[in-house]
Design a protein around this ligand. Structure first.
Ligand code: ARG
Length: 475
């Protein structure tokens, strides 16, 4: 159904209709479009634009339509241009001319932003929930591995011993930042553009604040020209998804490496691995690889929107219709990817012998030698130099630095006394890292407890937001 045409001698050419059509993807907005229509009818009635009887009829028809959309008995057809025209067609087929009454006082330009924001709020909470579940799984895995010592890496070279729990929990922290960004997004973007009309505001609906509140928005935008052309909220959400995708890609890379024959740190469950069509022996970490690979797509979706927005004149331009598919794609992919990654980690076996095996290789205690000197009053630069000499000597003898004898240490520097031995173990190295963010058992235990509290906090935020929007979502 066409929402325009009065001034045209002919309908659009077939290629034009095909190009401008968006209903095959923006149909996802249908439940939100109906909800916005319901709130808008009430607004028109309050403003005296639509009579009470008519408003009631339209509202009843919209509720029916919502059910038909949910059950699939009403859907879009070939001739619909977009979700808004499809819903109006449904309404007109029920009510005749009266179905067109609610177009008063607004434009598709403010309507589409409202629908899209409501869709995003709803789905963002779903992504937040799945992200949180993954953070929880990592936190639990970290708790289960408490006490296991692993080599910590920088530049993919052995650096210092760490607790393996510390290693696992780092991913939870990154994921919680993603959830935090989602919360922040919601606070900033929960404002309704309704009342903006095409670009200049509305003369027919004097109180968009009431409609906004009914839709569970926390306010109304304050510049109608900006409101209909602002897509910052889309760019922001695509950045959040891209960042989350990058975090998942780093988890994916780590598990891929840990799963190699050379590392053998992790054994993936058969149900979270895949086989090869030619090599019968193969068991591949495809989930981890897809987690790594999909990041490219999430970044692409963000980039595509930013390029669409760059240099775009105000206010609405049809270019803006390109804002939705990247979002639908990122959300739908994340909602498939997140549970798969969670399942892979929840069912993985961590092989403690392999993980702790090389913990002191690569002179991993050289920093302890330097720190020992510093605690005896030697300036760090000098201590670093002396410890470096110890490493060179150990290397020339084919030993690790902690394997040098007391005499050999003393020969390098008299301040490397026999007392050094007490700090030259992985356990001692860990125990000394007691800073609030450090890798000592005490620090990590507290960190994991705090992580759990934080996760619970975000969980209740999601629950309360869902409750706040549930009226709107259930309509
Ligand atoms: N389908 C359009 C979009 O997504 C709706 C807004 C159309 N507005 C217009 N002035 N043609 O952007």
């Amino acid at each position: 159904m066409s929402l325009w045409g009065g001034r045209f001698a002919t309908g659009p050419n077939e290629s034009v209709a095909k190009l401008s059509r968006s209903v095959h993807f923006d149909w996802r907005l249908a439940p939100y479009d109906i909800r916005v229509n319901i709130a808008h009818v009430a607004g028109l009635q309050r403003a005296g634009v639509i009579k009470k009887d008519d408003a009631e009829q339209i509202t009843t028809a919209l509720h029916e339509l919502a059910q038909e959309v949910a059950s699939g008995s009403f859907s879009f057809i070939e001739s619909d241009e977009d979700v808004h025209s499809a819903i109006e067609r449904g309404l007109v087929s029920k009510l005749g001319e009266l179905g067109g009454a609610l177009r008063a006082g607004r434009s598709r330009n403010d309507l589409v932003v409202t629908d899209f924001k409501l869709y995003l709020i709803d789905h963002l909470l779903e992504v937040a929930d799945e992200t949180l579940e993954l953070a929880k799984t990592l936190d639990e895995a970290a708790k289960n591995q408490m006490g296991l010592v692993a080599p910590g890496f920088t530049h993919l070279q052995h650096a210092q011993p760490i607790l393996f729990s510390h290693e696992l929990a780092k991913h939870s922290h990154a994921l919680l930042r993603d959830v935090d960004r989602m919360r922040d997004w919601l606070t900033r973007n929960s404002v309704s553009p309704l009342g903006s009309g095409a670009l200049a505001g509305s003369s027919l609906v004097p109180n968009p604040e009431i409609i906004a509140a009914e839709l569970a928005f926390q306010g109304v935008t304050r510049n109608s020209i900006d409101a209909v052309s602002d897509r910052d909220f889309v760019a922001e959400v695509l950045f959040i998804f891209a960042m989350l995708g990058v975090h998942l890609s780093r988890i994916g890379e780590e598990f891929t490496i840990w799963n190699t024959q050379e590392f053998g740190w992790v054994t993936l469950d058969d149900s979270f691995s895949t086989g090869s069509s030619i090599m019968p022996q193969k068991k591949n970490p495809d989930i981890a690889e897809l987690a790594r690979g999909k990041a490219g797509r999430f970044i692409g979706n963000l980039t595509s929107l930013l390029v669409t927005l760059k240099g775009l004149p105000f206010a609405y331009n049809r270019d803006l219709q390109e804002d939705k598919e990247p979002v639908f794609d990122s959300i739908e992919e994340l909602l498939v990817l997140l549970p798969a990654v969670r399942g892979m980690i929840a069912t993985a076996t961590f092989n403690s012998t392999a993980i702790s095996k090389g913990v002191l290789d690569g002179h991993a205690l050289a920093t302890e030698v330097a720190d020992f000197l510093v605690s005896g009053g030697v300036p760090f630069a000098q201590a670093h130099e002396i410890s470096g000499k110890a490493v060179a000597l150990a290397e020339s003898k084919g030993l690790e630095v902690h394997e040098l004898s007391d005499d050999e240490f003393a020969e390098i520097d008299a301040r490397l006394t026999a007392a050094l031995r007490a700090v030259l173990s992985a356990q001692a190295a860990l125990d000394s890292r007691t800073s609030i963010n450090g890798t000592s058992s005490k620090s990590v235990t507290t960190q994991l407890e705090q992580l759990e509290v934080k996760i619970r906090g975000y969980s209740s935020w999601i629950a309360s937001e869902r409750k706040r929007f549930s009226g709107m979502m259930g309509a």
